[in-house]
Design a protein around this ligand. Structure first.
Ligand SMILES: *Cc1c(COP(=O)(O)O)cnc(C)c1O
Length: 411
């Protein structure tokens, strides 16, 4: 980046440091991934600067010939990739996509039933700290505390009692499949819309390695930067009948100009996600996550719900007399990046938390397989057990560096 180096060395230095941090650490954050360089190129392109309010063929600025071509391509690819009736590719993020869905067919104050944050849901599903809870009346379902699986009987009971106008399925730290057919049937029985927020699992769905919510939902939202391995951004898919309302809620409702450069990256992301290599990658992502679960199990750790069906596991560290905060910091000190996470009915505050969430997408994108997962789990256990032994931690940091060197981040 020679122009940046000339204009601003401080920012250039920070970016270079970040590049080296990424290269030399193992990213196990379930919500992150390594995007191909082609996506970063599209995202850093001249489309950054094109003001293009509106939609292809109906803009409020001139000069949109290529912007129109680009957005139409992104829309067609999104529809094809997921088999959806309509796609809006303009949302700036997952949260803005969710807000747009709520506002498209609901009135302020309407009732929504969604999964609670503390059991694996997302802030934008009506957490008290989120603006979503100030606009709509949320009621929450959770997991059954014995099985740690979504309790569909509870969902049904709450839906009958509460009569929501929308039900939200989808989560941030739930390691199991969601029964969309059952959710759709419950939603239908109370005449509620069904929104599936598949932010985390969009890549797995695109590759067809886990079931798709598209046939069962009125709306599907997702982000492009998690398992899908694109750049940052959000997308809404819906049935054709809701297309107009969704489009108008995004623009002019909640956004002005769209980020055309991000649209370019989204288009590339959808193309790559249709290729065979992507399918193989997502299969390996699942295999590696299952391997994390079984290896931790062998070492006496408890996985919430007893395992995983997707790209993540949630480890309950209470059996090891450890908490999420200490584990997160200890692991970071040896170059392993995870996030602390509450477990269902966690006695600890989110700042401390009893668990950590571990995701396989990023290391799988680096080409790592089960042999490396086995090695990583051993290193993680050794770090957590020996967290007060500086020498052990130093050796582990070296071992992590060695592994990173063997699996450079793919361009
Ligand atoms: C990550 C995530 C989002 C949020 O996306 P942002 O791009 O951070 O706004 C929304 N919903 C779920 C379930 C998520 O996991």
């Amino acid at each position: 980046m020679q122009y940046l180096a000339a204009d601003d060395h401080e920012v250039d230095r920070i970016i270079q440091n970040e590049e080296s941090r990424i290269e030399n650490t193992l990213d196990l954050i379930a919500a992150e991934n390594h995007a191909p360089q082609s996506i970063l190129e599209a995202q850093g392109s001249v489309f950054n600067l094109k003001a293009a309010e509106g939609y292809p063929g109906n803009r409020f600025h001139a000069g949109c010939k290529y912007a129109d071509e680009l957005e139409s391509l992104a829309i067609e690819r999104a529809k094809q990739l997921f088999g959806a009736g309509h796609a809006n590719v303009q949302p700036h993020s997952g949260v803005s996509a969710n807000l747009a869905v709520y506002f498209s067919v609901l009135d302020v104050g309407d009732r929504i039933l969604s999964m609670k944050l503390s059991h694996g849901g997302h802030l934008s599903h009506g957490d008290p700290s989120s603006i979503t809870s100030k606009c709509f009346n949320f009621q929450h379902y959770g997991v059954n505390l014995k099985t740690e699986l979504i309790d569909y009987d509870e969902v049904r009971d709450l839906a009958y009692q509460y009569k929501p106008r929308m039900i939200v399925a989808g989560a941030s730290s739930y390691s199991r499949l969601i029964d969309y057919e059952k959710m759709a049937e419950i939603a239908k029985s109370v005449s509620a819309y069904l929104l599936v927020d598949m932010a985390h699992i969009a890549g797995l769905v695109a590759a067809g390695v886990i079931p798709s919510p598209i046939p069962y939902s009125d709306f599907v939202t997702f982000t492009t930067y998690k398992t899908l391995r694109g750049g940052r951004g959000g997308v809404i898919l819906c049935r054709q009948e809701h297309a107009k309302k969704i489009d108008r809620t995004i623009f002019p409702g909640g956004q002005g100009t769209t980020a055309m450069n991000i649209l370019a990256a989204k288009a590339v992301c959808f193309k790559l996600a249709m290729e065979d290599d992507f399918k193989k990658l997502q299969k390996k992502t699942l295999k590696n996550a299952a391997c994390f679960a079984s290896e931790f199990d062998k070492m006496g750790y408890r996985t919430v719900s007893g395992g995983t069906d997707n790209h993540l596991i949630l480890l309950d560290l209470r059996t090891k007399e450890l908490n999420g905060n200490i584990a997160e910091k200890t692991l970071e000190s040896v170059g392993i990046i995870v996030n602390r996470n509450v477990i269902p009915n966690d006695p600890k505050k989110p700042e401390i938390a009893s668990g950590i969430r571990i995701g396989s997408p990023a290391i799988t994108s680096r080409g790592m397989c089960e042999a490396e997962v086995v090695q990583i789990v051993k290193m993680m256990d050794a770090a957590m057990v020996n967290r007060d032994k500086a020498e052990v931690l130093e050796n582990l940091l070296e071992e992590v560096l060695g592994l990173c060197k063997r699996f450079p981040v793919a361009k």
